[in-house]
Design a protein around this ligand. Sequence first.
Ligand SMILES: Cc1ncc(COP(=O)(O)O)c(C=O)c1O
Length: 405
Amino acid sequence: MSISLIGSGICESATLKLNETFSILKAKGEPVIHLGGGEPKSRSPFEAITTTAGLLNSGEIRYAPVDGTIEMKQAIIRYTYDFYNRKVTPENVIASSGAKQAIMVAMQAILNPQDEVIFIAPYYVSYPEMVKLCGAIPVAVYPEDGTFYPALQDVMQNVTPYTKLIIINSPNNPTGAVYSPEFIKEIVEFCEQKGIYLIMDDIYHRLIFDGIKVANPYDYTKQDIENSKLIVINGVSKQYAMTGFRIGWAVANKNLIRVMSNIQGHQTSGPSILMQKAAIGAINGIQSCVESLRLTLQNNRNVLIKYLKTIDGVKIFVPQGTFYSFVDFSAYIKNSTELSKMLLDKVRVLTVPGIEFGAEGYLRISFCGTIKDITEGVERIKWVIDPNSSNELFIGQRKLVRDWK
Ligand SMILES: Cc1ncc(COP(=O)(O)O)c(C=O)c1O
């Protein structure tokens, strides 16, 4: 079988693969706990359901404009005004099948083979693969001070004449770090000065804790949108717990949006009209569901951190947003793939190895599930890794015996 060079260089999505593993084990009746997930468990907003049901009932579900319906674009325009204080036109927005596709078509519109794309490590698993899909070169930047907070200097040291695009994801998947307004200001100004495209992947920007504020990149841009290389990405997946609806969007200059739309037209013909209806319902509907989710996640985070602190030697960074914590287990096992596999094999707890995000020794532990899953999951993890654990652990009726060091 002959496979393309690009195709054969693309890795499977580690996080989506975990969801598959979870479903298989669950179907077998295994007492599995999913702490690797990337989706909130709350119900979709009421308005998302009713608007979709209304269109479904009509029985007329047709093609939609490639870059989104007028109504969808109006909702995105309003969202951009409400949350970014920026007035944009319908030509400045494109709706896609998830934030993922919005990022992908933006990259396809921007990148030539051999161009370099910078993103901050630890990074979202899909960034390197998306860059490779464009034939371009991923460049992960590791903050020199060993924290999860990059400095402009870290980025600058990796910029070459081939750097075409920088991606910033704050709040960050997998660490939950929220980058400072100073850093966002510096990066926006730096990209404008150098003529480098900047993608702000803001998919988690409303899921933030402790009264912290997420910087608005438009506050720092000196260029009007038509001359700007700033692309702001958002979507309904995380904030409205609507991962299955697959609606995300990009806001950028008209020219770029037109090219992205041309590309998208040949890929999917645009997002489903039914799913756009749902997204419109969510964006225009009562927003208390987002606040309620945010508060639940904040409480879940507090519980997770409290439980993790009972494990000696693990290093914990307290997430300021998202629903992920990135925990350093290197005091126990340095190989994160091995540790994650061990947790799955021994106690049926799913976690994502840090290496998938470019950082060895860590596990990404999600707190978007139930409190019971979080507390029981961490107890099982502790039992596996702590040499001082009791010899036995009961999972339901099943008795496990600790026969390893
Ligand atoms: C940082 C980041 N960007 C984009 C996405 C994709 O979001 P969507 O489900 O809207 O495609 C995710 C999903 O996990 C993410 O974590």
